[in-house]
Design a binder for this molecule. Structure first.
Ligand code: SF4
Ligand code: SF4
Ligand code: SF4
Length: 517
């Protein structure tokens, strides 16, 4: 089964089986919109998602940014500092002290980095992807260069099989769920033994490297990376729209499509995202290659109002809908696992299954599946209340539309889960940095906030997430669901009630969790 229609991972709305055989699974033809959006229709189609401000055209900073991004070293310089930290994390995790709080590897990874990535996601979008050492390392090897424009790639250069590509970000959700299971089972992010963090990072970079050597471009980032589904969905709240075309008319008549195929100055889009038809920031890795390669100077870096890529896309992706439901199921499972009463149930389950300790795979996958199914069931309940008009969109499209409204609360939930580690232990990062010098500053046990204060911050973050989700639910249901319903007011109310109920449930669990890490 592949995901079809408004859900299709193709950027152009053409169902893959309708495409001429020779063009199937050709990432360029899949990404480049050759069919539906022509001339004035394009303007109309992208009216709501076309962002307003091109930062490369702003006074002063615009010129500086434009010059920096035309430089081939631009992304290299973003990646290098993280690459250095990343190898230090691996090395000190293996050779450093065994106390995870005094070891720089686990300390920076689990007390600081995960929180920062979330802030970047929510504020910017795929900011982390532009500087990520995993993708950066694989790409350097694949291109056989740190930053030059090379023509021949190292490795097999295969295309991702059509059957995989059809699942879009769903594979990435599966790898995220698998990685989280491994992390929880070995208590890697606890953090436990520092060497476990090193092995986890080595595992990710090895998988990434193999993928870069087998498949072309950033197939790993687009389909496999465990973080991609989280960044792609939660990041759509961000204020950076990504690199987009300045004038779609120019793209329509562009014969070369250098932004996709590459030119002397830049590689073809490693993410298979055609700026000419992009209507969200979900799949732009902010690498700036299209900015370098477009011969018509028709690419800009645009910013948008927060939530634009959640609310405005005309064509929503089922894979993102599934990702949101599964990610919510996962974080909610982790939440109630931190409650005392669930510990008793978990112990019983483990003894029945002869499983040594949390998390047992049955409860883990069952919990995530039940959470995701509950989201699906509630969207179907909204649909039933709405009494859809004849010929209105399918159940999966209905589910996808409402799932987008849950993106802010899901993002807030993941962020809130990280906050206890940050507020209780982030000072240990400083302590771990100077520990090899024989210094033992008194900040090791200094916490930034008490447990009750942490809970208050968590509730505030969840409150913001709830407000953002309700706003998104209102706008989305009014524009997209109301016209398909014989009861347009009821569908708006039902969507709001559903989103509110889910948000409140996830929020109140933080109270009995007492700032559990
Ligand atoms: S998708 Fe994953 S590997 Fe690729 S750049 Fe983003 S975080 Fe890094
Ligand atoms: S190369 Fe430039 S003008 Fe041509 S399709 Fe790409 S962005 Fe548009
Ligand atoms: S080439 Fe352009 S559209 Fe593609 S990922 Fe890089 S910045 Fe985004």
């Amino acid at each position: 089964m592949t995901l079809k229609q408004g859900s299709s991972p193709s950027q152009d709305g053409v169902v893959e089986s309708d495409r001429p055989i020779g063009l199937r699974n050709d990432p360029i033809s899949v990404a480049v919109n050759l069919h539906p959006f022509q001339g004035e229709k394009a303007k109309e189609h992208f009216k709501t998602t076309d962002p307003g401000v091109d930062v490369t055209r702003l006074p002063v900073i615009g010129k500086f940014l434009a010059r920096a991004m035309k430089d081939r070293k631009f992304q290299f310089l973003l990646i290098v500092p993280n690459q250095i930290i990343f190898w230090i994390v691996i090395a000190v995790g293996i050779f450093g002290v065994t106390d995870p709080g005094r070891n720089f590897g686990p300390a920076i990874t689990w007390y600081l980095w995960f929180c920062l990535v979330f802030v970047m996601m929510v504020v910017v979008g795929r900011a982390w992807c532009s500087m990520c050492p995993f993708g950066g390392f694989g790409e350097w090897i694949q291109r056989k260069t740190f930053f030059k424009r090379t023509q021949k790639a190292l490795g097999l250069g295969r295309k991702v099989p059509e059957s995989w590509a059809g699942y879009g970000l769903v594979i990435s959700v599966a790898t995220f769920i698998l990685l989280t299971f491994i992390e929880e089972y070995f208590n890697i992010a606890g953090p436990g033994a520092p060497i476990a963090t090193s092995f986890m990072v080595i595992g990710i970079v090895t998988t990434a490297l193999l993928s870069f050597l087998v498949f072309e471009r950033r197939s790993f980032c687009r389909y496999i990376c465990p973080l991609s589904s989280l960044i792609g969905s939660v990041g759509s709240m961000g204020m950076v729209s990504g690199f987009r075309t300045r004038d779609r008319e120019v793209c329509m008549s562009c014969q070369t499509k250098d932004c996709m195929r590459g030119s002397e100055d830049g590689f073809g889009c490693p993410w298979y995202t055609w700026p000419g038809s992009a209507d969200s920031n979900a799949l732009c890795g902010l690498c700036s290659e299209c900015y370098k390669s477009c011969p018509s100077d028709n690419i800009g870096l645009f910013v948008q109002a927060p939530l634009t890529s959640v609310i405005q896309p005309v064509k929503r992706r089922l894979d993102i809908g599934i990702a949101v439901a599964a990610l919510f199921g996962l974080v909610f499972y982790q939440q109630y696992n931190a409650l005392g009463w669930y510990g008793t149930i978990d112990d019983k389950l483990n003894s029945i299954l002869h499983w040594p300790h949390y998390p047992d795979p049955v409860a883990y996958l069952g919990g995530i599946g039940l959470g995701a199914l509950a989201v699906w069931a509630l969207t179907m309940l909204v649909r039933a209340i709405a009494k859809p008009l004849a010929g209105s969109s399918s159940k999966s499209s209905w589910f996808t539309t409402i799932a987008y409204a849950l993106i802010p609360i899901t993002g807030a939930d993941y962020f809130s889960r990280q906050l206890p580690k940050f507020f209780k232990h982030v000072t240990r990062v400083g302590s771990a940095i100077v520990h090899p010098l024989g210094m033992h500053p008194g900040i090791y046990n200094t916490r930034l906030l008490s447990d009750p204060s942490i809970v208050s911050v968590q509730l505030a973050v969840m409150g913001l997430g709830t407000a953002a989700s309700l706003y998104a639910a209102y706008r989305i249901s009014q524009r997209d669901l109301g016209p398909q319903s014989s009861r347009p007011r009821a569908v708006v109310t039902a969507t709001l009630v559903m989103v509110f109920a889910i948000s409140v449930l996830a929020t109140i669990v933080y109270m009995p969790m007492h700032a559990a890490s």
